[in-house]
Design a protein around this ligand. Sequence first.
Ligand code: CP3
Length: 319
Amino acid sequence: MRQAGRYLPEYRELRANAGSFLKLCYNPDLASRVTLQPIERFGFDAAILFSDILVIPDALGQKVDFVENEGPVLDPIVDRNGIEKLKREHVLDHLAPVFETVRQVRSGLDANTALIGFCGAPWTVATYMVGGRGSPDQAAARGFAYRDREAFDTLIDLLVDVSLDYLCAQVDAGAQVLQIFDSWAGNLPEDEYARWCVEPVKKLVAGLKARVPGVPVIGFPRAVGPLYADFVEKTGVDGVSCDTSLPLSYIRDVLQPRAAVQGNLDPLLLVSGGDALARRVDEILEALSGGPFIFNLGHGIVPQTPPDHVAELVRRVRG
Ligand code: CP3
C-alpha cells in the first residue's frame, strides 16, 4: 500500500532529482533504490516494486502525466476510436526498465524478504484511461460502459491480455507474489461489478495460474463491502487485501476461511499515531492472527504520515 513515497524524506530527495514521476518509474537504478528505502528503514517482510498502475496506458501509447499536487492526468479516451488507436505491440519492450528494476531489487533483498509485483485491475486502469484523471465516482468510465458496452469490452479484454503478460514478465524477473489493485471497484451496481471487476480479474488469475503456477495472487476489490466474499470465491485469488471499512468480524469469519487476508488499518490513524493507533493495531492483531494474515493498511499510506509512527507500528506488530 505505497510503502515507498512522499512520507519518506529519502524518497522526496531522490524524486526531486529524477525529473518526472514516470522517469523515476522507468529508471531501474533509482526505482530499485526507492523500492528498497522502506525495507532498509523499517525491515518489512516484503517489498513492493516501485512503479505505478498507469505505466500500462503509457505503454499502450496513451499520453500519461503525473502533475504536481494533482495526480495522474491522461489524454482521455472518449469513444471507440480512442480504443482502436491503442498500440499493444510494444508494451513489453516499453516496460523492460520495470523488469530490470525487479531484477535489481531482488538481488538487493535478502532471501527472507519477499518481493511483490503488481498491476492495476482492468476496471481501475480503464477508469483513468477514460476519465483522464481520478474522480470520486468514475462517472466517465461508467457512462462509457453503459453507452458502448462492446467497445468497453474490447478495452477491458486488451487490459486483461497486456496485464497478464506484464505480471508474468515481473515473475520471470524475480517477483514472488503478485497484487492486483482494483481501487475503484466499489462504485458499481452488482451486475456491472460482476462484468467489469470480477470477470477480468478471474481471467487474469486463471492466466497466472496457468503460466506462473505457484505464485500467490492477492486481490484488492476496494470498497465492495459484502461482495468481498463473492470476489474471493469467483476470482480464485490466494489472498485478499481488505479496505479500512470492512468489519474485522467479517474478515475473520467470512474471508479468512477462504483466503489469506491482508489489511486493514486506516492510513489516517498512522498519521495521528498515539494510543488510538496502538489500540486499533491490537484489535486487528487480536481478530486476525488466528489464521493466514498479512498485517497491512486498508489503503495507501498518505504523504503526511510521520515515519516515526510507521516504526512504532512495526515494533508493535512484531511484539
Ligand atoms: O506501494 C508502493 O510503494 C509501490 C508503488 C505504487 C505506487 N502507486 C507509487 C506512487 C503502487 C502499488 C501504486 C498503485 C496505484 N497507483 C494505485 C492502486 C492503489 C491505490 O492506492 O488505490 C492507483 C489508483 C494509482 C494511481 C495513482 N498514482 C494516483 C491516483 C496517484 C496520485 C496520488 C498521490 O498521492 O499523489 C499516483 C502517484 C503515485 N504512485 C505516487 C507514488 C509514490 C506519488 C507520486 C509522487 O511521488 O509525486
